[in-house]
Design a protein around this ligand. Sequence first.
Ligand code: SF4
Length: 688
Amino acid sequence: MATHCPYCALQCGTRLGREDGTVVVRPSDFPVNRGGLCQKGWTAPALLDTPVRLHNPLIRDPRGTLEPAGWHQALDTVADRLRLIRDTHGPDAVAVFGGGGLTNEKAYLLGKFARVALGTSRIDYNGRFCMSSAAAAGNAAFGVDRGLPFPVGDLDDAEVILLAGANPAETMPPLMRHLTGARLIVIDPRRTRTAEAAALHLQPQPGTDLALALGLLHLAVTEGRMDEGYLHTRTVGFDAAWQQAVAWWPERVERVTGVPVAAQREAVRMLGEARRAYVLTGRGAEQHSKGTDTVAAFINLALALGLPGRAGSGYGCLTGQGNGQGGREMGQKADQLPGYRSITDPGARADVAAVWGVPPQELPGPGPSAYELLDSLGRPGGPRALLVFGSNPAVSAPRAARITERLAALDLLVVADFMPSETALLADVVLPVTQWAEEEGTMTNLEGRVLRRRRLSGPPPGVRSDLDVLRGLAIRLGQPPERFPAEPHQVFEELRRTTRGGRADYSGVSYERLDAGEALHWPCPATPPGQPPHPGTPRLFLDRFAHPDGRARFRAVDHRDAAELPDDRFPLYATTGRALAHYQSGAQTREVPELLAAEPESYLEVHPDTAERAGLAEGDLARISSARGTAVARVRLVPTLRADTVFLPFHFTADGRANLITSTALDPESHMPEFKVCAVRIEPWTAT
Ligand code: SF4
């Protein structure tokens, strides 16, 4: 059976089947992975019969213990308590938190459930932590944002690729098959596996990527690497952007970032001389209190070189979660309706309300972003109930201990998941739901390509689909049953209508076309009867950008410091990221024996000189403290790391949670937290 890996945004193609009663996975020759899988994909079948699988709803009893319950009892309990909280405190007293791993159908129905069945504006999702800065910068620059506005296969012919804050060799290894023909320039404070494969590694101090991007633009201009014709015919706003970059001469950039002048010049020379070049950004550029401006600065560089919208070249963002792209287009984001449309746009509200059968004025407006929402839980005026679908904020949110306190302060926490995540273990009601190979649906990968996820076998007894759960709750809350279908293809047919005319138009996509093997990238609008179906849009911007005048926008941005800098008390930078063996909060991959064996516990990468000064040696347990809290991790000495910087992966639990120390500073536009920079001290830790 042809389907896709349950994890990251590459959505590698697989064939799933049974051999001697055991579920086995094989990579398929799908264009993004071409017969390759990473260790997470190879071991994904272990999720299907994990011993920790939830098989019954659980309700917390008066003694505080989660006890098994029947589905009717669980859904009645949730609906009764939601109704009581809503009637007493108003609709915004109930909040919803979604996930970037949910199928398009689930993300869509979750957004509709929040706005129609609950009437709340309090909905956001974990993609806010993941790709929202690139989305804000991409929308402003190009008029629409799609992770990669070209197929992954286009990268095969690149001569030079600049990767700013992306580490695909560990986060999505099969992508490296597409990068081997190019000379890579990697910007990363760590010498990652991707950096080791690079022709040039620029190693800036954490939080200074924006200064580096400004410096690269400065050199592109002063060394005559600009594409003047492109600038005049396809862009606006260069002069204002240049006014900011003009002061970022190479020596100043070296002082601020630590990247030598010669390396800056070499990067610009490589990019400027290439006939086919790409600039790609990842979380390293985004997860800052200035993440939107940082991505915009790299887009400015790409525009100055004339790359976006040119065949064989371009700019793109490597999205992270499995359905990070589709998830943000389906209406589970605080400020958006399905079709990637603004919730404040009267036309979009009217279109969506018409499909949903409600008056537009009854649709709530925009709500707070993910961290702001989580931090408001249980506070005066804040939500008193939270429904979590497909997310684990007790591990993945910044300042995780505070968020755990906020979750505990709720009158009602409901978690729908297929295994007992850290957040589920805090819940008042846990609803066991289907996982990837037990359900039909669609996902949208990092290229904006809509993919079919298929069911190998039905869910185990006692487990229901998220769609079924939402329908059951909606009916109990007084909604007409026909408004909340539970069959994935029915939901997809509705979202086709709802996204029609939106930036992410899925109205021409159908299960039948996808099952026939068509490669459909959005926008793919429906065509009038009698006309051939729209072929989808694998490449955006070749003729014009999506702004009304068809031109891309430079953005005038300047560097500013991270929200928190090292001082006498916390003298080191800490940065966080992913490890090869794990995915997101690790709730799933920590339950796969092979992956846990490969990476069993949290670790701290530290330069040997820094470790020695702190009295730490390889294999010691270290306490890492910031102004917000303390984490514990096993020391790994890494001579290639900057001596002023330590690194922690964010996949681990308990005291190993990297997010116990992370900053809650938010980007003012995307509201993405500054996961990539905070100030810490390290010291030996001994269990007491
Ligand atoms: Fe799965 Fe991503 Fe690994 Fe591919 S790269 S096998 S999609 S985790």
